[in-house]
Design a protein around this ligand. Structure first.
Ligand code: IPM
Ligand code: MN
Length: 368
């Protein structure tokens, strides 16, 4: 009997629909060969939902996502919604899905694919292969915030006016559960864990550091390195291949994963998996945005979305072979010289063929 998986697809805005379509085509092709049936259900979130329902994350989207086995998301947002009330910005949809589904761990692997070395701005990138484990439902993204009028003055006499604030706060429980995921990944990989924090300034970071040191006694084989985030952003450039697993807070993980996107040549290459409670659906999405400037032109790089689908097969369904087959097809496609615009660079002499979204997707399918 064929295995059956129900996948909620949230294309979103901008290039979201093009790249999720590409990922689904690849999934369907690979699943057919492996006697797996996938059922997809399209859901609305982001700007498209604001246009239709007046809110970025309708109740029925979150309810249907909860009922699915896994969620595949494209991207949300765009200039059209830049001036809407901040409470209903398209980005709220992603944040609402993450918290609504309890997806506290965001896994963002970064590797340079063979043939893409020239796309990295680093002179000698070396073998880069690390993952960022980003806390996803806490910290400053979800802390107490607000704006209020102040009657006070600054010491130099300047009137303060309004005060806007966001709060970074983490509980021991939140920190420990994400640290554990970091240590467990390190055990399965090269046994090195880097904690990124700002413990020289922030009280919450000091808690992260203490708990990480405590937990490292349970993982004597894992080498724990602790870096301040400013230093970490430099070390990622100067010694990228020394990193294996990086564990960090929501905000620092957001920032460092874009840096990782640049290091590996293009953010258009980076997938992600967001997971939480065992047995609940995970959310799989490229880390890039909706790229409004590329929308509808068959120019978007679908590989991050396709690789996110591979992460879904592995993480959610334990379909290691299917995941490997997708990843290997991407490797072969790149090795054969297929490139979208974002990964086409001077100095790349791998017989490069600049192609569009559809053609590179077809090449991946042919290489499955
Ligand atoms: C990401 C994005 C989101 C984030 C935005 C769209 C809310 O930048 O997934 O990295 O900040 O987490
Ligand atoms: Mn980001």
């Amino acid at each position: 009997m064929a295995k059956k998986y129900n996948i909620a697809v949230i294309p979103g805005d901008g290039i979201g629909p093009e790249i999720t379509e590409a990922a689904i085509e690849v999934l369907e092709a690979v699943c057919e060969r492996n006697n797996i049936e996938i059922f997809t259900k399209e859901l609305k979130a982001g700007g498209i939902a604001i246009d239709e329902f007046g809110i970025p994350l309708p109740q029925e989207t979150i309810a249907a996502a909860k009922e699915s086995d896994a969620v595949l998301l494209g991207a949300v947002g765009g200039p059209k919604w830049d001036n809407v009330d901040p409470e209903i910005r398209p980005e709220r949809a992603i944040l609402g899905l993450r918290s609504g589904l309890g997806l506290y761990a965001n896994i963002r692997p970064a590797a340079i694919y063979e043939g893409l070395e020239a796309a990295s701005p680093l002179k000698n990138p070396g073998k880069i292969d690390f993952i960022i484990v980003r806390e996803l439902t806490g910290g400053i993204y979800f802390g107490k915030n607000g704006v209020y009028q102040s009657g006070e003055k600054l010491p130099d006499g300047t009137v303060k006016g309004k005060i806007a604030y966001d709060t970074e706060s983490y509980s021991e429980g939140e920190i420990n559960r994400i640290l554990k995921i970091g240590f467990e990944f390190a055990m399965k990989r090269r046994k090195k864990l880097t904690l990124v924090d700002k413990a020289n300034v922030l009280v919450s970071s000091r808690m992260w550091r203490n708990l990480a040191r405590q937990m490292s006694f349970d993982y004597p084989e894992v080498e724990l390195e602790c870096l301040y985030v400013d230093n970490a952003s430099m070390q990622l450039i100067s010694r990228p291949s020394s990193f294996d697993v990086i564990v960090t807070s929501n905000l620092f993980g957001d920032i460092l994963s874009d840096e990782a996107g640049q290091i590996v040549g293009s953010i258009g290459m980076l997938p992600s998996a967001s997971i939480g409670v065992q047995g609940e659906p995970g959310l799989f999405e490229p880390i890039h945005g909706s790229a409004p400037d590329l929308t509808g032109q068959d120019r978007a790089n679908p590989l991050a979305a396709i690789l996110s689908a591979a992460m879904m097969m592995r993480t959610m369904f334990g379909e290691e072979e299917v995941a490997y087959s997708i990843e290997n097809a991407v490797r072969k496609t790149l090795a054969a010289g297929f490139r979208t615009g974002d990964i086409t660079f001077v100095g790349d002499n791998n017989n490069v063929k600049l192609v569009g979204t559809k053609e590179i997707t077809k090449a991946v399918i042919d290489n499955l």
